[in-house]
Write a protein that binds this ligand. Sequence first.
Ligand code: WQD
Length: 336
Amino acid sequence: MKVLLTGGAGFIGSHTCVELINAGHTPVIADNFDNSCPEVINRIEEITGVRPKLYEIDVCDGEKVREMFKAESFDAVIHFAGLKAVGESCALPLRYYRNNIDSTLTLLEVMAEFGVANFVFSSSATVYGVPKEVPLVEGMPTGCTNPYGWTKLMNEQILTDASSADDNLSVVLLRYFNPIGAHESGRIGEDPNGIPNNLMPYITQVAAGKLEQLGVFGDDYPTRDGTGVRDYIHVVDLAKAHVKAIDYAAERKGVEIFNIGTGTGYSVLDIVNTFMRVNNLTIPYAIKPRRAGDVAECYADATKAREILGWQAEKTLDDMCRDSWNWQSNNKNGYK
Ligand code: WQD
């Protein structure tokens, strides 16, 4: 299948591009490089021997999206493109709503014009808000605690309503948990702008000497060791879930939601200690106050993806820690 990857030069998009090529599909990337860089395309070619076609556009721009759909005959769309910093979304809510909602509406309108019927959406476990219980199951209540999360949940609703109104539209909503790691080659990986908000890129930059010390946000949560528990999933496992998702979307109509996690929760200190052991490094850290908006525990019940998508995570936490460091240590300044 020819698959449009919006935001395909990003962390998850680039890894999905590689796995689509490995599976014999033809990915096409649309990216404005707002949170990624053109070098990623070179790295994908280096890894796979295939250079994905690139449209350097903003997918909120209907005319540019139409021109692209006119030039290509897509079989499916995977919509990664979007602003994704929780904290920034609280400071700039209108920018987040405008960008993250407009892009989806534009894609749906143009897809309908060109009869493209399969849509896979990059959603997030953040739509569950503060979990009432764990592990999280797809039918559990949703409700967000920040504008970024609301844009994900609103997009889920938009896609659900669009699919109800159009029998031809097939939608798969993938709720990601915490993607970390990198392709085994160390040639593509997570390259956040500025100081990382997320745990693993912060750890790898401490290990690389770019940051002094890791702050552990709270050790007084009701968890095994008092630090926050999350469902960390290797980005390559997550990428492979998208390959399964486009095949699934092509086989049926309607909307289906899947948690894409490992089903296992690890604490912050589990990550730090595993990272140090696997890479034989010391990560200096200090306990800091809790971060506003954080929840104690968030991890997936991944049964539905296993039983219906035929997908489950295969890589271990050791793999995630080893591959994260392999990427960082070989790309001290990311793609720059
Ligand atoms: C993980 C754990 C922190 C940094 C966010 C988004 C989510 C998704 C993934 C986009 C928590 C602790 C972190 C640090 C720390 N993004 N931590 N020191 O918050 O679970 O999820 O990123 O889809 O939508 O909400 O990920 O990596 O920021 O935090 O102690 O410097 O690490 O408190 O327990 P989070 P995270």
